[in-house]
Design a protein around this ligand. Structure first.
Ligand SMILES: C[S@@+](CC[C@H](N)C(=O)[O-])C[C@H]1O[C@@H](n2cnc3c(N)ncnc32)[C@H](O)[C@@H]1O
Length: 212
């Protein structure tokens, strides 16, 4: 999955992954992160997700990273926010109130660009990447965020039935990436629903990764 693949998707409006509303699994499971109060939440590979605005409405500061500048600019436009734009290392930082989106390659993001993070929300980030990139992504995410607690949503289905993304990331792989560094708890696992559920049978699983 190279950059052109994603830029082309955004250019062509082929963004089936973009949900019309806030992700219900985020609303349901955010309390499981046990955040002590207003927190700084990192959303890697965030697209223009409504989850970003919803997290901000809950009183959190949100920092997203997204390759597509088009997606980042669309987020602010659609939410009628006018961001200030500055360069931050290799990425471009768009900020309005509690929402800060870094446009550029996640793998170019540094700890300095990101700043301290209290929690991570991964929806359609790990599963957006092919296997070899997932290893690099999970290692980089950990390096950037320490063992900040993470709410993670994954899919598990027969990969021979459908070409990703989203890719199938079975429980064994989630444990392989994260067990050495976190306590990994499966919160729920339900049949895949929505448009993806019409393309393949499988499960959508919610995980909480906690320090220790
Ligand atoms: C499947 S989409 C999910 C978007 C968002 N999380 C959501 O739930 O709508 C994956 C996103 O990752 C972005 N992306 C892919 N590779 C990236 C990279 N190396 N750095 C930053 N963003 C990337 C794509 O442009 C795309 O918007």
């Amino acid at each position: 999955m190279d950059h052109d693949f994603w830029h082309q998707k955004w250019r062509d409006g082929q963004i089936g992954f973009h949900e019309k509303d806030v992700n219900p699994l985020l609303i349901k499971n955010l309390p499981a992160l046990k955040l002590p109060g207003p927190s700084r939440i990192f959303v890697p590979l965030c697209g223009k997700s409504h989850d970003l605005a919803w997290l901000a409405e809950q009183g959190h500061t949100v920092v997203g990273a997204e390759l597509s500048q088009q997606a980042v600019e669309a987020f602010f436009e659609e939410h009628e926010m006018v961001p200030t734009v500055t360069q931050s290392g290799a990425l471009r930082r768009y900020r309005s109130g509690p929402v800060e989106l870094l446009a550029g390659d996640f793998f170019d993001l540094t700890e300095q660009d990101l700043g301290p993070v209290d929690a991570v929300f991964d929806r359609a980030a790990l599963v957006a990447l092919p296997a070899e990139m997932r290893r690099a992504y999970s290692a980089r995410l950990r390096a950037l965020t320490g063992t900040a607690p993470q709410l993670l949503v994954s899919f598990d289905y027969d990969q021979s039935q459908m070409k990703g993304p989203p890719f199938s990331v079975p429980a064994s792989e989630i444990h392989a990436h994260y067990d050495p560094f976190y306590t990994v708890d499966q919160i729920s696992s339900e049949p895949i629903s929505g448009p993806l559920g019409q393309r393949t049978k499988g499960s959508e699983t919610v995980w909480i990764l906690s320090p220790g």
